[in-house]
Design a protein. Structure first.
Length: 319
């Protein structure tokens, strides 16, 4: 039987290996906050960007430091009049495909209504241009180089463009998590269209890339981050062959990856589906050196992923 002193040393070593690095990561993220309360991608810029700001707020959602409160206030102050958010501070007021990520950030901080009442209307109105009858006709007749069903549409990166995987995934996650009791008919329809679009545009061998699974008859290569985001959005749906193949592709593919961003999103997706994440968490921990991660969005996502076994997975959609 192990001695009491031996058990204490074992517990202390686990604390040093796991908790202390996470404290270092969180401190580094707080140190990168801009004076206006937001975060940027690269430390050389003084302009706050929406994606790193939202991910930082999710990473710090259980943190009592003033950084979290200042970040939430910055996010509220930069919301567009139509309920959307710009991709970066000072951008136009039409909104961006990262708006759903702001909903997740606010919800994780306990702020929802009335802050996002207008956001729901914006999300319901925002559609990929393939949803319009004229573009449906075009994609079915003259522009047939890409393989997708234009009746199955999601959300674009910018208004007036086609649907893309990641903004659609973020929108489905936000609507499933935050708007389930609001205008259920309209919300349910958009969620269904979004999930149909994701399933329609999966790569033939499993997984997703940024856009279409097949272009000019050529199967496209899947990406870890897009696959993880799509799987998170599809959690709670009936597990069909596409979801099953994509989970297997993700488990097979992360072993050759050394990019913290992709590994972090992969961990979040596999955790949501209760797949083993021990090896992946260990690989990510070894790469989680804040001095080597210049991108604040990546740093925040690494924190979220490493914390999810203890603090919960904020991107997991309850079935």
């Amino acid at each position: 039987m192990a001695s009491f002193d031996g058990l204490c040393r074992f517990a202390y070593n686990r604390f040093v290996r796991h908790l202390v690095p996470r404290i270092s990561l969180r401190s580094a993220l707080i140190d990168r906050q801009l004076p206006n309360g937001g975060w940027n991608y690269g430390q050389a810029s003084a302009q706050a960007d929406l994606e790193p700001t939202c991910l930082a707020l999710v990473a710090l959602r259980r943190d009592s430091s003033p950084a979290h409160a200042r970040g939430l206030q910055f996010l509220l102050d930069t919301q567009n009049p139509n309920g959307s958010w710009p991709a970066f501070q000072g951008d136009d007021q039409e909104g961006s495909g990262l708006t759903p990520l702001a909903v997740t950030a606010l919800a994780s901080g306990g702020i929802m209504f009335p802050a996002v009442e207008r956001t729901l209307e914006w999300l319901l109105d925002m559609k990929g241009k393939e949803s319009h009858w004229l573009w449906k006709w075009k994609f079915r007749t003259s522009d047939t180089h890409v393989r997708f069903d234009p009746d199955k549409y999601g959300w674009p990166w910018m208004p007036g463009t086609c649907s893309w995987v990641i903004p659609t995934a973020f929108a489905v996650i936000a609507m499933k998590q935050a708007f389930v009791c609001c205008k259920p008919g309209k919300v349910a329809l958009r969620i269904r269209r979004g999930t149909e679009m994701l399933l329609d545009r999966a790569c033939p061998e499993g997984g997703w890339n940024a856009g279409n699974g097949v272009v000019y008859g050529v199967p496209m290569a899947a990406h870890l981050d897009a696959t993880a985001a799509a799987l998170l959005a599809l959690h709670g749906e009936k597990v069909d062959p596409i979801i099953r193949a994509s989970l297997e592709w993700l488990e097979d593919s992360f072993v050759a990856c050394s990019a913290p961003w992709s590994l972090a999103w992969s961990l979040l997706a596999l955790d949501a589906y209760d797949r083993p994440i021990g090896d992946l968490a260990g690989r990510l921990s070894r790469l989680a050196d804040p001095s080597m991660i210049e991108d604040s969005a990546t740093l925040a996502t690494v924190i979220i992923a490493l914390d999810c076994p203890a603090q919960g997975n904020p991107f997991k959609v309850l079935a």
